[in-house]
Design a protein around this ligand. Structure first.
Ligand SMILES: C/C(=N\NC(=N)NO)c1ccc(NC(=O)c2cc3cccc([N+](=O)[O-])c3[nH]2)cc1
Length: 321
């Protein structure tokens, strides 16, 4: 395909390293530094609906990709576009997709699953504190920085993401409710929970990492479609897969896979769950997320990240849903 001139001038593009739903990932070298990078191509025609909305949703994704700054969220290094494609230069994630680790029924050892899950929670906590809902969390969108078990994970693909804006409903709720109907308040509660979808998805990702099979799948329960299993919250901890896994781990999964979004654990509550109260794991995680010596794993993390561990309450005010 016709690559933008500036792109091929700045980067030497070599082999394909991953194939996504809407484009591919290639290994590239920055000519000036010889550094390896990943090049994600997104074909505009693969976007849903007409070109109009496609460009808006693509532009929103590019805007999110360039705004986010967290060690467990993919960072873009460069960006080019032609009439029919976007080209996003990203940090190389040599461990590939978490999907390839969990497919073919491989179970991830519990301590490693906890280390990855903690990083996912921190990344999604950052997104929610910045008014962004991912809405497509799955093992294909979790990348690993290396083939080692202990490594940084980074969440990617913001194609389905939503930016929470100040809404008319929120402005209404700021006024005096003298003439306000009761359902406006009850609606407000449910509308305010759209971010809970990310907590559910992380529950499914955690289940798959620990057990090597998904909680909801065709014929898991005779006579129940996958969507029926989901809407009724019906899944099974198959003993042969779960016997060696701690009760705390099972408890986190149960509390994330609650059908009622109001009853479901929030990301913040999940971070307070006993299973994650594991100082050794947190020390390892914080050490790879915010390496002291810049030469470490994620050299791109700048010292500014240090305050990233500040209490989430310090983050930008929650714009609400
Ligand atoms: C931004 C984005 N997707 N956005 C979108 N609209 N897709 O639907 C996006 C999606 C996927 C990726 N994937 C990678 O960077 C990626 C996949 C992969 C597999 C083996 C090995 C590597 N690697 O970097 O070595 C890989 N990197 C990077 C970005």
């Amino acid at each position: 395909s016709n690559l933008p001139k500036e792109l091929s001038e700045k980067y030497m593009i070599t082999k394909k390293i991953g194939v996504g739903v809407c484009g591919e990932v290639k290994l590239a070298f920055e000519r000036a530094t010889c550094k390896k990078v990943a090049l994600k191509t997104i074909n505009k025609k693969d976007f849903p609906a007409s070109v109009g909305t496609a460009t808006r949703s693509a532009e929103r994704e590019i805007q999110i990709l360039q705004k986010i700054d967290h060690p467990c969220l993919i960072k873009t290094k460069d960006f080019f576009q032609t009439d029919d494609s976007y080209y996003i230069v990203l940090e190389l994630m040599e461990g590939g997709e978490l999907y390839d680790r969990v497919k073919s029924k491989q179970q991830i050892k519990e301590p490693i699953a906890k280390l990855y899950f903690y990083q996912m929670l921190k990344a999604v906590e950052y997104l929610h504190n910045n008014g962004i809902i991912h809405r497509d969390l799955k093992p294909e969108n979790v990348l690993l920085s290396s083939h080692d078990d202990v490594c940084i994970i980074k969440i990617t693909d913001f194609n389905q993401s939503k930016i929470l804006e100040e809404s008319a409903l929120m402005r209404t709720l700021c006024g005096t409710p003298t003439y306000l109907a009761p359902e406006v308040f009850t609606d407000a509660v449910t509308v305010g929970y759209s971010r809970a979808v990310d907590a559910w998805s992380l529950g499914v990702v955690l289940f798959v990492c620990l057990a090597g099979y998904p909680p909801f799948y065709p014929n898991a329960r005779i006579g129940l479609s996958v969507s029926d299993q989901i809407t009724q919250g019906i899944y099974t901890f198959i003993p042969s897969k779960w016997d060696g896994i701690s009760d705390d781990a099972k408890d986190v999964v149960k509390k994330l896979l609650r059908v009622d979004p109001n009853a479901r654990l929030t990301i913040e509550e999940a971070l307070q769950h006993p299973w994650l109260m594991d100082e050794a794991m947190k020390e390892t995680a914080e050490g790879i997320m915010y390496p002291k010596d810049p030469g470490d794993a994620d050299a791109t993390a700048d010292p500014g990240d240090a305050d990233a561990t500040a209490d989430p309450g310090d983050a930008t005010a929650d714009p609400g849903d």
